[in-house]
Each structure stands twice: as C-alpha cells, then as structure tokens.
Design a protein. Sequence first.
Length: 93
Amino acid sequence: MAHVKTAISVDREVFVEAEGVAAELHISRSDLYTRALRLLLRQRRTLRLQEDIARAAAELAEFSTSHDAGPDSLHNIASETMRRAIERGESTW
C-alpha cells in the first residue's frame, strides 16, 4: 500500500498518550495513527449505513401504509424505497 507523508498538529496530552499506546502495542506512531483513522472511518461508514437503513425503513413503513402491503408486494415496496433513496443521493447501495 502506498504511503503519504504528512505533518499534523496534535494536542500534547493526546500525543503523549498515543506514544504510550504505540509503545505498548510495539507499533510505530504512524501505524497507530493509521489504525485509529481506519477505525474512525469505519465507524462513520457504519453510522451512515445505519442512517440509510433507518430512513429506508421509515419510508417503507410510510409507503406500505398507503399501498397494498401483502407478502407479494413487500419486495416491490423495498425496491421502490431504495430506488427513491438512490435517486435522492441518500444511499450508494
């Protein structure tokens, strides 16, 4: 994987604690920061996915109350709900 060299400013207290964690884990500071950023980015993706699911579920509930929501139509309702979300740019599914 390609690496990018960068300079950042970090609060001294955070830096000192991070140095201790890197030493405990026997990893470099760069590796620690990379791991921390990956964790943050994964959490943000998960949160966005949860928001997409909640929004789709709310729309599905709204749509199903105004249409025949029998077992045969649930797939069509879910498909329509996701199509609308994608058109609005709210989901990348």
